[in-house]
Design a protein around this ligand. Structure first.
Ligand SMILES: NC(=O)c1ccc[n+]([C@@H]2O[C@H](COP(=O)([O-])OP(=O)(O)OC[C@H]3O[C@@H](n4cnc5c(N)ncnc54)[C@H](O)[C@@H]3O)[C@@H](O)[C@H]2O)c1
Length: 250
């Protein structure tokens, strides 16, 4: 039987792209995905499709940068499924700005979603994880290490999320909660990748920087998230796993 049968996995930013694929793969393994997103149309459609094909899903329309919305995510998850086992903090926005183009408002917006949203999510569910074992995965980016591929605000938020994850791993590891980070880079999720590489010439140029000479797919990230959150993983903890074709480290 699958590790994930009847478990509940909250995945933020799951209306589309990488988050959607993570939610699908949890459902294919028998877990109930909670699809959190502020895009109601796509989020509800994803939840409906998953419920019809794989396992009952719940869509919650929420803005992860709101602390109150995160408290409501916890409340609605428990109302529907009565438990939580896995958190995947995936929702983020990407914007490409030079540092002198980043206004305080843009900086704040990116940090509010990409970093504060992660802390608010963990905070809302913290007591559930201290009483029940489970797994938390933060979706970062290779740019947290390399400083390229997004704006400086994006890189700063992702690096902050990684620091937070490592502190969380130290704090929750002794309680049986597994915490890890996946750091994708150039995944063909659709919009996010196109923000940074808008033309075919941009994509052709970046492929030359990737040792395996191709980009990744949503499944590459979802496979890694499911492995890290599964019982097959008991000893990878507080780590960053790069999903980047060998581009970032090495
Ligand atoms: N695609 C890549 O190449 C790549 C590379 C590095 C890191 N990542 C990371 O992977 C994750 C997923 O990226 P993606 O490519 O699937 O992006 P995407 O833009 O396709 O999906 C992001 C989802 O998050 C949702 N979202 C954004 N802000 C939100 C908010 N405030 N509240 C609720 N929902 C919100 C969006 O509506 C969208 O559904 C992100 O954390 C991103 O930083 C992606």
């Amino acid at each position: 039987m699958s590790d994930f049968k009847d478990k509940v996995a909250v995945v933020t930013g799951a209306a589309q792209g990488i988050g959607r694929q993570i939610a699908i793969q949890f459902a294919q393994e028998g877990a109930h995905p909670v699809i959190v997103d502020y895009n109601e149309e796509k989020g509800q459609a994803t939840a409906d499709e998953i419920s019809e094909k794989y396992c009952e899903a719940l869509f919650i329309k929420a803005d992860v940068s709101s602390y109150e919305d995160n408290l409501r995510i916890r409340e609605e998850t428990f109302k529907k499924f009565g438990r939580v086992d896995i958190l995947v903090a995936n929702a983020a926005i990407g914007m490409k700005h030079k540092i002198n183009e980043i206004t305080p408002e843009v900086w704040q917006k990116i940090l509010n979603i990409n970093l504060n949203g992660y802390f608010y999510l963990v905070s809302a569910f913290y007591n559930d994880f201290t009483t029940n074992k489970g797994s938390i995965v933060f979706v970062s980016s290779g740019s947290a290490l390399s400083g390229t591929g997004g704006s400086a605000a994006y890189c700063a938020a992702k690096a902050g999320g990684e620091g937070f994850s490592r502190a969380l791993a130290k704090e929750l590891g002794p309680l049986g909660v597994n915490v890890n980070i996946v750091a994708p880079r150039l995944i063909d999720s659709g919009p996010m990748m196109r923000v940074n590489y808008p033309t075919q010439a941009d994509l052709d140029a970046v492929i030359q920087k990737i040792p395996v000479r191709h980009w990744g797919e949503n499944e590459d990230v979802a496979n890694a998230v499911l492995f890290l959150a599964s019982k097959k993983n008991s000893y990878i903890h507080g780590q960053t796993l790069y999903l980047d074709g060998g581009r970032t480290v090495g």
